[in-house]
Design a protein. Structure first.
Length: 244
């Protein structure tokens, strides 16, 4: 079971990544990869260097219970150095296991768009892009909307600034969260409320993951103490496939 609130399981046929924008500064996957490398965990022998793990491609076949999978929580499937042939293999697994739903999130939106220009998105794949700020994040949204997918989502985490007005046309789900861990940057309540209100007005599902290391009151404390309440409510809206 994943500790990520908006999924059930993680599936990592690729591990390791490189930083491309401010949202990557305090990457939890990098920190975790170093820890797993030190523990001698399989798949992390190279730390946070890009590693393809074809032996993990079979994992979803072994689970019959319908499951929500977050694909590559420890990497980005659409990195420049991931061979297209390997992405093809990942997509074939997704197509072969229609009982599952797969959430694929990327910061390389142009690469994802180019890939799906020449092939169809599997019916059971949700496609998303990270949108942490105005300069780097918001330009990814048009690439996502240009892809014909049944479910498209935005992961606005960590939210680093007021991102203003969003064009939510063609977007089905928005996740928002603050940053946690050492050096976490604060997120303001008004920024979150702005996004929440736009989602409600547009009929888009809104999921508030966490405040992170900085609470709604602007105070720094443990992320568990800051919790997940926005205006006194937990926002766990999610599209059609419900988490079990």
């Amino acid at each position: 079971m994943s500790k990520i609130e908006w999924t059930e399981q993680t599936w990592n046929p690729v591990t390791g990544c490189t930083k491309v924008s401010p949202g990557c500064k305090h990457c939890y996957a990098e920190t975790m990869s170093r820890r797993l490398q030190a523990m001698g965990a399989p798949g992390y022998e190279n730390g946070f260097q890009l590693s393809l793990l074809p032996e993990r491609l079979s994992q979803p076949y072994r689970r019959q219970k319908p499951t929500m999978y977050f694909v590559n929580s420890m990497s980005d499937l659409f990195q420049d150095d991931v061979p297209l042939s390997f992405i093809d293999q990942v997509m074939n697994v997704i197509r072969d296991t229609p009982q599952h739903t797969y959430q694929i999130l990327t910061k390389r939106s142009a690469n994802m768009r180019e890939y799906f220009d020449s092939c169809e998105v599997p019916e059971n794949a949700w496609l998303g892009v990270s949108v942490e700020d105005i300069k780097y994040g918001k330009p990814r949204i048009p690439d996502l909307v240009a892809i014909h997918a049944r479910t498209r989502f935005l992961s606005i985490e960590p939210l680093l600034e007021d991102i203003g007005q969003l064009n939510l046309s063609g977007i089905h789900w928005v996740i928002v969260g603050g940053e946690s861990g050492a050096g976490a940057r604060p997120m303001q309540e008004a920024w979150v409320r702005n996004i929440r209100n736009q989602c409600l007005d547009a009929g888009v599902y809104f999921f508030f993951k966490q405040w992170g290391a900085w609470g709604a009151d602007g105070k720094h404390r443990n992320k568990k103490a800051n919790g997940r309440l926005l205006d006194g409510k937990v926002w766990d809206m999610i599209p059609a496939v419900a988490l079990g």
